[in-house]
Structures are given as structure tokens and as C-alpha cells.
Design a protein around this ligand. Sequence first.
Ligand code: NAG
Ligand code: NAG
Ligand code: NAG
Ligand code: NAG
Ligand code: NAG
Ligand code: NAG
Length: 434
Amino acid sequence: MSLFFILPMLLLLLLTVCFSTKTVVSSSVGGSSVVEGNVNVNGTASIGFIDEDFICATLDWWPHEKCDYGTCSWGNASLLNLDLNNNIFFNAIKAFSPLKVRLGGTLQDKVMYQKVNDQEPCDNFTKNSNVMFGFTNGCLTMSRWDQLNIFFKNSGAKVVFGLNALTGRQIGSNGTTLGSWDSSNAEALIRYTANNGYAIYGWELGNELSGSGIGTSVTAKQYAADTIFLQNLVQKIYSGFQEKPIVLGPGGFFNANWFNTYVTLASSSLQVITQHIYNLGPGVDDHLVEKILDPSYLDGGSQPFRDLQNILKKSGTSAVAWVGEAGGAYNSGHNLVTNAFVFGFWYLDQLGMASTYNTTTYCRQTLIGGNYGLLNTTTYVPNPDYYSALLWHRLMGRHVLSTTFHGTNKIRSYAHCSKTSGGITLLFINLDAK
Ligand SMILES: *[C@@H]1O[C@H](CO)[C@@H](O)[C@H](O)[C@H]1NC(C)=O
Ligand SMILES: *[C@@H]1O[C@H](CO)[C@@H](O)[C@H](O)[C@H]1NC(C)=O
Ligand SMILES: *[C@@H]1O[C@H](CO)[C@@H](O)[C@H](O)[C@H]1NC(C)=O
Ligand SMILES: *[C@@H]1O[C@H](CO)[C@@H](O)[C@H](O)[C@H]1NC(C)=O
Ligand SMILES: *[C@@H]1O[C@H](CO)[C@@H](O)[C@H](O)[C@H]1NC(C)=O
Ligand SMILES: *[C@@H]1O[C@H](CO)[C@@H](O)[C@H](O)[C@H]1NC(C)=O
């Protein structure tokens, strides 16, 4: 049995093995003389399953000129200029072996991929407040793509790459897109990647274009058609390969009608349905800490996990749900909140809650960059949540157990079968321990 908690003052006694015949494990919890309670874990059957490598983190494209509310928090953390020779960075990923890393974000739908022998210039994103997302199109050179792939291979990352889903579409006068996806540039990148033997775990189509979209949107019907096209393309390009990359989509915010249509039409052509979570609101909010420590606010965060799971269940699909990007507070988070110890209360609670709804992978925005990095943007030194992520990865196994805590709503509890032993790992989050 192991314990996993981010509070200093809990005593716990528990003697059990996962899936023992004993159905209910009770234990009294106390210690700080203020908190007393009882935890019940039903160890007879699991209520959910997560991936072995459930922990995932994102890398983004934002250049250092990306600023929010007067603060520029991205430094040199763009995929285009991250320091791939930094040892702390390398070891931070290596510690997971593997860490899932999702490459994407807002500007992914503005990235062109340089073609081999292409004479066209491959320009960087340039700040321009008159265009969507505030930057002109950027370009990924194949020499940078080589460096990234070599780095990810050596550090043991499992890479999910977010493809530009806006190529070939027009944006109509009402702000929504018209037309279907032009896959030719993506096809060139995927072929180059496959031909060079770079292992990609998954290809994901687009970023935040579902529902009413961020910046612009694509209808669910069109998105489904484009996803099916991508799956066929991947099957074709990797036809001789033993292991084929998975296909993911839509990487956007949950919208019941949109996701329902998308899952109905596309789910036999993709392996993972990805949604994004920013349930704390804008990073500029001065009340983020109050929200993070409010049990009813945290409870509200379970809604999108439940809703998506219900859609998947009803459709009978074998596709699973992931959180493809979650930074809590949008527009780059909030310095000294979303990169500080207090954010662990939100982050660990999200990991626990998402798991109970069969969300099989959870990608934290970001591994580095913005104000919500697991690593410090300038020094690459781990922020507190890095250790929460690593502890979760080492301790929490695939089987999720039903867990209830009676006593105070300020203690939140989650239990999984242990990752390495035959016992149970219990996670307590004490919102009073800030
Ligand atoms: C424990 O879970 C099993 C399987 O889901 C269920 O049959 C049983 O009633 C649960 N026990 C309690 C005490 O809730
Ligand atoms: C980014 O890199 C440049 C050039 O190497 C350096 O001068 C600058 O200090 C770096 N910025 C940050 C935030 O690390
Ligand atoms: C893009 O900008 C980064 C710094 O922001 C620089 O390191 C890189 O060389 C530039 N790439 C190109 C192709 O100009
Ligand atoms: C936007 O305009 C297009 C035609 O230009 C139309 O097909 C579409 O339904 C409109 N979408 C919305 C949300 O009004
Ligand atoms: C999670 O998946 C398992 C196995 O498929 C299923 O029995 C369970 O009901 C699912 N849980 C939720 C909350 O959908
Ligand atoms: C990141 O490191 C810099 C340089 O040491 C430091 O000034 C800054 O406060 C750190 N950021 C966080 C969130 O700890």
C-alpha cells in the first residue's frame, strides 16, 4: 500500500490488496487535530481504466512575443527555439520513460511544414495584431523537425503531433470556415517523418475548432469527413509498418451537439477523442486561488468528463477520451498561481476526477512555457506540479477504484490499484493545507 498526498498532516492506516474479496476498506484519517474523517475504498472492482502512461504534457508554438494582459510569459519555450541541449529539460522527460508529449496549441493551425528541396522561404511567426491569433503563418523547417525527433527519441517521449487543420479552408464573413481540409502539406510532413524512421505516437487534427471554436470553427460534419480522410492517409503512408500511429481529434472545447455529431460520424476512424479544459477562466482573474480551493467549484469540473464519457458510451465506439490540453486558466495562466504549489490542488484533483470517467490520458498545458509550465520557463527547473505529475506516474496504476471520503468536503480522495505493488494507492488532497 502506498500513499500519495500533497498535505503534510494525515495519518492513515490501510491494510488491503487491490481486488481482494474485502469490499470496503475503512480507515480513519486525522492528525492535525482539526480534520477527522473516514475513507471508503471499494476494492472489489475498478470503476475506470487509464493508460499506463496517463501523464502527458504539451509543448506549444507561441514565440516570445506572445503576451497576455501586458505579460509575456513564453520566453524561448516555442517548439521552434526550445533549448534541446538543456540537461534539466532532457532529464525531466527521461524521468517518466515515457512521458506523452503533445505538440500543438493555437498557432498549430498556422504552421506550414517545409517540404524537402523546397525553395520557398520558411519564415517564423511574426506578430501582427490584424490577423487571427495575432501572428502571421509560421513554418517548421525539416532540420528543426529532425532535431525535435532526435531529442524526443533520446529522452523517451511519446509524441502526439497536432496538424494544421485550417489549410485549404476559407473563413467566411460570419467567422466560420468553408470548404474541406487540404491535406497535402500534412501528407508531406507525415511521409517525411515516416521515411526518416521517426516514431510518432499519434497525429491529431486541429486545435480548438470544435463548437463555436477559438478564432474560427469547422462544422462537426466537415471535421468528421476530414478526420476519416486523415485516418485513411495514415493507413496508406504506414501500410508497411508494424506499429501505426493513432489518429486523434478534435482537440477542442466540449460542445454537446458538436461532439455528438462528430463521434457518431467519425469515431470508427479515430482512436482518441480529445477535449481541452480551462475551467478556471481567464488567467488575469484575481480570484483563481479561491476557485482552486473551493470544493464545489472543483466538483463542477467533472461535467465535461462525464458528458464526453456518456456520448462515447451511447455511441458504442471503441474510441477513448483524452484531455488533450488543460492549463486551467486560459491566456497563458497566471504567474505565481498556475506555476506555484497551490495549482497542485486543481491539477491533482483534475487527474483524479478525469480518471474516474475513463479519461485515459491527461495532457497538462504546458511542459514548459506560459505561466502554467511544469518546468520553469527560464531555468527549466521543475515547478511543484512537475513532482505531482511524476508521483502520479510512478504510483497510480491503471485501475481506478471507487473512493468516498466522509468527514469534510475539504479533503478529496482518489484511489487506484498501485502501479507496481499489488496494493492500493490513495491520493488525498487537503484543501485546508494550502
Ligand atoms: C463494490 O463494488 C461492487 C462492484 O461494482 C459492487 O457490487 C458492490 O456493491 C460495491 N460495494 C459497496 C459496499 O458499495
Ligand atoms: C532567449 O534566448 C535568447 C538568445 O539565446 C536570450 O538572450 C534570452 O535571454 C532568452 N530568453 C529567456 C526568457 O530565456
Ligand atoms: C525563428 O526564431 C527563432 C528565435 O525566436 C530562431 O532561433 C530561429 O532560428 C528562427 N528560425 C528561422 C527559420 O528564422
Ligand atoms: C456561416 O456562413 C455559411 C455560408 O457563408 C453558412 O453555410 C453557415 O451556416 C454560417 N454559419 C453560421 C454559424 O451562421
Ligand atoms: C469505464 O469503463 C469501464 C469498462 O469499459 C466501464 O465498466 C465503466 O462503466 C466506465 N466508467 C464510466 C464512468 O463511464
Ligand atoms: C523561474 O526562475 C526564475 C529565475 O530563477 C525566477 O525568477 C522565477 O521566479 C521562477 N518562476 C517560478 C514560477 O518559480
